[in-house]
Design a protein around this ligand. Structure first.
Ligand SMILES: Nc1ncnc2c1ncn2[C@@H]1O[C@H](COP(=O)(O)OP(=O)(O)OP(=O)(O)O)[C@@H](O)[C@H]1O
Ligand SMILES: [Mg+2]
Length: 395
């Protein structure tokens, strides 16, 4: 890395952010947005700033620069008071969930609260000051999601930094996480075609990160980090653990082992060596969860052991055995040939050794032709329309 890049300040970073963000219009159609991102990357029209470039800045200077330099950019700086108002005082009834960073609340911005923001529903993530995560994860989220825009990455709208408070404001994803949708009890099964749509969308998100000029390793790919739009478009969220990929001659990044039990690649757990292929393994785990409808780690189980991968992987390449592990809730509503191809893809992603695993762009190519299955369900799986605010209309 050149020394000039190393000297980048928060201010210059935010100027870069504002330049790059100006180019992606809020209302661009998905395909156009994807194309324009590809073009931008090809032309090298902006150099993405790495986390290491800014994490050494003194934090008081950083904050000053942050608020000054973000004026006019597409990342909004919010006050705690504004977010309090948007979320009904962080009320319990607005809570969408809670993860390692802290609780997540549904919020709403109207013209009165912020006239410079279009009225919309948002998700506000508030750092739990007693928790294990902190400024570092908050900063990583801003550095990565502030610069990377893609139809399959959740959109970061802004942030709040006041005293010790750290918050992040995202577009609201009406269907929550894949984890909530796939493993929800007492609900109709998620149809095969929806599973394939989610698998493809998430794969495109990862392929975009891996294919960037400066590749990004996501490191925390799992069902709870895949958020779903009203039409089941998948978007990756949570870049708190993301890492810039290896540079120059390096083949991997060496790092502290972090991530989520069950999803992390075996070589990463053993050595701390992180590559894009570690993400491919985690992707294979999620693909297996989509195929089987089972959680990778289910503490209540003893018969198949606690590991889904150990139990199911050997059966992925045998059509008779495959039928036994495909989600029973589908009641046979899946295309056998397509399922075999997806299962074989999952098998390859879950290779113990990283080299034989496919790249994420191979995964996208394999899944693209497998999208046209018409599910015929006796019990309908209802696609619920959303209203203007992005809320699911339950009438
Ligand atoms: N943008 C969003 N729109 C709608 N719901 C969201 C959004 N972001 C998060 N959520 C909800 O909040 C929950 C918690 O999310 P969060 O990412 O903080 O934790 P997690 O993914 O469950 O755990 P971890 O900390 O291990 O990532 C999610 O499962 C989801 O239901
Ligand atoms: Mg998460």
């Amino acid at each position: 890395m050149s020394s000039s890049t190393k000297k980048t300040t928060w201010k210059s970073m935010m100027l870069i952010l504002s330049c790059c963000n100006c180019k992606s219009e809020f209302n661009l159609e998905m395909e156009e947005e994807e194309e324009s991102e590809k073009k931008k990357l090809k032309q090298g029209s902006f150099q993405r700033l790495c986390l290491s470039d800014v994490s050494n800045s003194s934090s008081s200077q950083a904050i000053e620069d942050l608020s000054v330099s973000l004026a006019g950019s597409k990342l909004y700086a919010f006050t705690l008071e504004e977010l309090r108002e948007a979320t009904n005082n962080f009320s319990w009834s607005n809570m969408l969930g809670e993860g390692g960073f802290g609780p997540v609340y549904k919020g709403f911005f109207d013209d009165k609260l912020r006239h410079d923001l279009k009225p919309q529903t948002v998700a506000v993530k508030r750092l739990d000051l007693e928790g294990l995560q902190g400024h570092k994860e908050w900063l990583a989220e801003i550095i990565f999601l502030g610069q990377l825009r893609h139809p399959h990455l959740v959109k970061l709208i802004g942030y709040c930094y006041e005293d010790e408070n750290r918050l992040l404001v995202y577009e609201y994803m009406p269907r929550g996480s894949l984890e909530n949708q796939l493993f929800r009890r007492y609900s109709a099964a998620m149809p095969w075609s929806t599973r394939m749509k989610i698998a493809l969308g998430a794969a495109k998100g990862l392929a975009f990160l891996h294919g960037a000029d400066k590749p990004v390793i996501y490191r925390d790919f799992k069902a709870s980090n895949i958020l779903l739009d009203s039409d089941f478009t998948a978007k990756l969220s949570d870049f708190g653990l993301a890492k810039d990929g290896p540079e120059g001659e390096d083949t991997h990044v060496t790092t502290r082992i972090m991530g989520t039990h069950g999803y992390a690649a075996p070589e990463y757990i053993m050595t701390g060596h992180l590559t894009t292929k570690s993400d491919v393994y985690s992707y294979g785990v999620v693909l297996l969860e989509l195929i089987t409808g089972k959680r990778v780690v289910d503490k209540s189980l003893t018969n198949r052991g606690k590991s889904l991968v150990g139990w199911a992987r050997p059966m992925l390449r045998d059509s008779k055995k495959l039928k036994q592990i495909i989600d029973k809730k589908l009641e046979g509503q899946f295309p056998m040939k397509g399922a075999m191809k997806v299962a074989s893809l999952a098998y390859r992603c879950l290779c113990h050794h990283p080299n034989p695993r496919p790249t994420m762009s191979d995964v996208v190519k394999t899944l693209e032709p497998l999208q046209d299955f018409d599910d015929i369900f006796l019990r309908p799986f209802v696609y619920v329309a959303t209203n203007q605010n992005g809320n699911i209309d339950t009438r």
